[in-house]
Structure formats: structure tokens, C-alpha cells
Design a protein around this ligand. Structure first.
Ligand code: CTP
Ligand code: MN
Ligand code: MN
Ligand code: MN
Length: 373
């Protein structure tokens, strides 16, 4: 096959925040396999290999064309021996035997199935697997299993929630949220975040950030919004988490993907008539209901934290991870969803836009649709 010259892939950064990654992935045959290997490593609590596979997949996603031979990836960062071996298998045989083995693994299958339920993480999944449970039906009929409220909702709406949300559905949800928020507070600031802000066609949920132009006014906002959604009869599930945000504790050494802003994880009822386009709702064939359940996340930071929250919640996860690593390793700064702290100057850097944050980090601005790392 025709090997593109190495110049085509020269100067690819090891950090996703210095790469531009659109939704157009020319190397899906490799990255899908790599992501399955990462997931399998995660189930085995092998953090190192998990991260390595995710980083390798992310680098390949950023390439402007498909890789046709191993020579074409010479000099690329983050591609270890293990990854290269998998890629060679795929290039030679059109498939990876290693990943096919994993797909057949009973434990992998069960953990993947269990963690696909909203509210079920790897720990719970592992517990169920150890008890000899293998199917969702077995979980539901096992007498000694106590499901929490989130998991009960996860099972109740399983078929809807496990179906991807389309852009048209996300838009319809956006209209509902927009109308609800602005009915309560006309001057509220609302933004779409997550995968749909990055231009993805499908997502597992729809994410929004909301705040008020005046500091402190955002405090009761989310509870009002929840009440109003309830009044409209479209709130199927709500997990509200109040703010534990404390400015005096900045910068917080936070857990991955955790922040202290008030937020809620919702399941909303979306009506067929609210979705534009011929295809309408994403549902099973033969499902004649005029509605579907959709997962929605709302986060409400104070306005002076808005830019940091927007950057964090826009993702992708890998992009955010590499931004934080870059900040720490290359700039001696700490970045999280709340703030950017300069360890040398011993102060927090202010930002009103995402552009401000990239500038503080000495990074070229990367548009949201180029953050699909
Ligand atoms: N995030 C976060 N804190 C959380 C949950 C999520 O900062 N408690 C961030 C994640 O790092 C991610 C973004 O918010 O970058 C969106 O999360 P999520 O909805 O899980 O992923 P998406 O990228 O939107 O992908 P999907 O289409 O699957 O929803
Ligand atoms: Mn292209
Ligand atoms: Mn999302
Ligand atoms: Mn989300």
C-alpha cells in the first residue's frame, strides 16, 4: 500500500490540547479497538495500560488521513509497542485477535453490560459479577440486590437511555431548557456543552451550563428550573447536588471529572412533536409511544467560574485530561473546572472566556469542534 511520507504526521504533539481533532475520524478501525482495550484494562484496574490505549486512540483520531502501514506512524507520540502490535494485526489481518478474545470474555461482557446502566459504575458491576450474575434480567430478579434510586431509574428507562441522542433531539431538549430557564430568569446565561458543543451527531446525553450575570444570583436557579420541569410534567428523574464550592480552598486538588458546582443529572421526557425532521425520535422499531426518555446534565457555576466550567464540561474527557497535564508539566500551573493556579506566581489567573484560559497557558486557541480528542 501507499505509505504517506512521514512529513504528513510530523510535529504531532503528545498533548491533545496542542492537536486539532474534529469529529471526522479517519482511523476508526484502529481507535475503536484501542478504546475497547482501554475499557477492558479499566475493568481490570490496569490504569497505566488504560491511559496508554486512550492516548494512542486520541493521537490517531487527530491524523488528517487513514494510516495504511506502520511506517506512516513512525515518530508519532504515545504509540507504544503494545499499540503498534495491535495496529500491525489490524493492518495485516483486518482484525485484532487480542480484542476478539476480550469481546468473548465472560467477565468483560458482563461488566460492559452492567456499566451500561445509568448509575452503575465498575465497582457495582464487579460486585454483581462476583455474585455470579450475568444478565440484566438476573439483576432485576435477584432478591438480595438493593438498587439505589439512580439505578432504579437506569433500569426503568434502560432501552431509551441506551439509545443515542440525535442532534435534532438535543436541539429539542435545548429549546425546552432555554424556555424554562428564561421563564424563570430572563437574563440567565445558558450554554450547550459536552459532545454536542463539539459538533457530534450523537451523544449519550445533553449537557448544559447555566449562570447569572450577577454573582450569587445563580444560587437558587437550578432548584427553580427543576421545579418548573416538574410542573411541566416532563421530569422523569432528578439527582440534584448542591454546591460545595469554596473559593478559599482554590485551587482544589480534585478527583478526575469532579467539581463542586451545583448540578443535576436528569432524565427528561421528550415528545415526538418537539423534535424537528422526518426521523423524529430515536426509538426501537415498533415502539409506538409518542415520547422517549433523554439524559440531561445541568451545571450552574458562579459567573466568575463560568469560563473554567465551560472548558471542563465541553470536553472531550481526553482533551481536558491533557489540558490539565500540560498545565502542570509544561507551565507549573494547576487547572480544573473551577480555576487556573500559577504555582510560580502563587496566584489564581482570572478568565472570562475560554480564549483567556488558552492564552494564560500559552496555547493556541482550539475551537470546541476541534476538541474531539
Ligand atoms: N465532566 C466533568 N465533571 C463531571 C462529568 C463530566 O467535568 N462530573 C466533563 C467530562 O470530562 C466531559 C464533559 O464534562 O469532558 C461531558 O461529559 P459527558 O456528557 O460524559 O461526555 P460527552 O463528551 O458529552 O460525550 P457523550 O456524547 O457521551 O455525552
Ligand atoms: Mn479529512
Ligand atoms: Mn454529554
Ligand atoms: Mn454529561
Amino acid at each position: 500500500p501507499n505509505c504517506s511520507p512521514p512529513t504528513a504526521v510530523a510535529n504531532v504533539s503528545q498533548y491533545a490540547c496542542q492537536r486539532r481533532t474534529t469529529t471526522e475520524n479517519h482511523n476508526k478501525i484502529f481507535t475503536d479497538v484501542m478504546e475497547e482495550l482501554a475499557e477492558s484494562s479499566e475493568f481490570n484496574e490496569s490504569k497505566g495500560p488504560c491511559l496508554a490505549f486512550r492516548q494512542a486512540a486520541s493521537v490517531l483520531k487527530s491524523l488528517p488521513s487513514a494510516v495504511h502501514c506502520l511506517k506512516a506512524i513512525q515518530g508519532l507520540p504515545c504509540l507504544g509497542e503494545h499499540t503498534k502490535a495491535v495496529m500491525e494485526e489490524i493492518l495485516t489481518f483486518g482484525r485484532s485477535f487480542k480484542v476478539e478474545e476480550i469481546r468473548c470474555d465472560e467477565r468483560y461482557q458482563a461488566l460492559k453490560l452492567f456499566t451500561s446502566v445509568f448509575g452503575v459504575g465498575p465497582k457495582t458491576a464487579e460486585k454483581w459479577y462476583r455474585r455470579g450474575l450475568r444478565s440484566l434480567q438476573e439483576i432485576l430478579t435477584e432478591p438480595n440486590i438493593q438498587l439505589n434510586r439512580m439505578q432504579r431509574a437506569g433500569f426503568l428507562y434502560y432501552s431509551d437511555i441506551s439509545k443515542a441522542v440525535s442532534k435534532a433531539e438535543a436541539k429539542a431538549v435545548g429549546c425546552i431548557i432555554e424556555e424554562t430557564v428564561h421563564w424563570i430568569a430572563p437574563d440567565a446565561i445558558l450554554a450547550l456543552t459536552g459532545g454536542f458543543r463539539r459538533g457530534k451527531e450523537y451523544g449519550h446525553d445533553v449537557d448544559f451550563l447555566l449562570t447569572m450575570p450577577e454573582m450569587g444570583k445563580e444560587e437558587g436557579l437550578l432548584l427553580h428550573v427543576i421545579d418548573r420541569l416538574k410542573d411541566q410534567g416532563i421530569l422523569l428523574y432528578c439527582d440534584y447536588q448542591g454546591s460545595t464550592f469554596d473559593v478559599s480552598k482554590l485551587p482544589s486538588c480534585r478527583f478526575e471529572d469532579m467539581d463542586c458546582f451545583q448540578k443535576c443529572f436528569l432524565i427528561l421526557r421528550l415528545e415526538q412533536g418537539q423534535v424537528e425532521g422526518e426521523r423524529g425520535l430515536q426509538r426501537d422499531p415498533g415502539d409506538s409511544r409518542g415520547w422517549r426518555a433523554v439524559r440531561v446534565d445541568l451545571v450552574a457555576p458562579p459567573v466568575d467560574r463560568y469560563a473554567f466550567a465551560l472548558l471542563g464540561w465541553t470536553g472531550s474527557r481526553q482533551f481536558g485530561r491533557d489540558l490539565r497535564t500540560f498545565a502542570q508539566k509544561e507551565r507549573q500551573m494547576l487547572l480544573d473546572n473551577h480555576a487556573l493556579y500559577d504555582k510560580t506566581k502563587k496566584l489564581c489567573l482570572l478568565a472570562t472566556t475560554e480564549e483567556d484560559i488558552f492564552a494564560h497557558l500559552g496555547l493556541e486557541y482550539v475551537e470546541p469542534w476541534q476538541r474531539n480528542a
